[in-house]
Design a binder for this molecule. Sequence first.
Ligand SMILES: *Cc1c(COP(=O)(O)O)cnc(C)c1O
Length: 413
Amino acid sequence: MTRDLSTRILHADRAAGIEHGATHKPLHVATGYGYERTADLVSVFQGEKSGYVYGRQGNPTTAALEAKVTLMEEAVGTVSFATGMAAIVSTMMALLKAGDHVVASRFLFGNTASWFNTLQQMGCEATLVDATDAKNVEQALRPNTRMVFTETIANPRTQVADLEGIGKLCTPRGIVYIVDNTLTTPHLFRPKAVGASLVIHSLSKGICGHGNALGGSVSDTGLFDWDKYPNLLPVYRKGPPTAWGLLQIRKKGLRDLGGTLSAEHGHRIATGAETLTLRMDRTCANALAVAQCLEKQPLVSKVHYPGLASHAQHERAGKLFGGFGGLLSFETVDGCDPNDVLDALQLVIKSSHLGDNRTLALPAARTIFWEMGQEMRQSMDIAESLIRVSLGIEATADLVADFEQAFAKLTKK
Ligand SMILES: *Cc1c(COP(=O)(O)O)cnc(C)c1O
């Protein structure tokens, strides 16, 4: 019997066996691991036996979190990292070589967009396209394209990528298809269903939920044929090919680059994950209620939320996802300054970050998308007045009331 995701998350640690009958995996803080027999230490080093050698490559606490993410994504394995950015950068560094080409959505989390500049400086080519239509991705493909990267619902403008169409392009061509599932979380969407090879998470966001830990992960869905991937080193082509990609990511991306998730943060993320399904349902309901409230405000010119019928990919989101997500953004009319709107809010916190239990908002163009400049913002469809709101789990009525009182104050002025 396949139990519900919420049930399986709660019992994942116990299913793997926990010391002393503890109900969840304890914190393992040792840096090193000792063996009675030298031969065992050697076997672990050589990958013949599983075990731990040094904390930079993981420990039992982070391994338990990795198993939980693997379960959530119905994947074959997961490697955790110190942050979502560490997961993205380390995965690409581990799998790409100078001269390779990557196609990515041009609607991306700002730091991911910034990373694509760095990748180009390091001798890889990257083409950023409007990934809401797979035709644009197809036109950008070249003989040396190794990877396609997209988010599910783009942060902050909420464009929904043509996830199915892109999967159909990548699979027959042997291109690694990477989906950043941070905004949807495994409760709303599993990228494996559209043919993704690797699934990235910023665990700092919805999966942790409490805004008290940073982490990232990459999971292998088991769909990619690593035997055909030219950049895998012979030393990692051992055992079943489904494990080769993650092995190289763990060795080159985690061990050599060193962006390791700490046991403390891994433990907090694992605890947060226990309530993922409950929290996501509430944030989705809150986002829809606030989006509908914003649509009625004369000072708001546009509301971007996939759950609204006015959203360009509303139908696609409804078909692909089990909910429309906890993030929305909106634009104000000329003469209404986004800072004034935010300052009029009493409950909502003016803060970066998203996927927190508390509702957070910020003027996107002036903060997280400031450094890239207006031209780049325009290409990403980010209006200068855009306000991003990440919904928390507060009572819906309290949130709607906060936005209503804020706009009432501003209209009176
Ligand atoms: C926040 C975020 C990241 C980066 O994650 P960190 O844990 O902050 O490094 C990557 N992708 C998306 C979609 C994000 O929202």
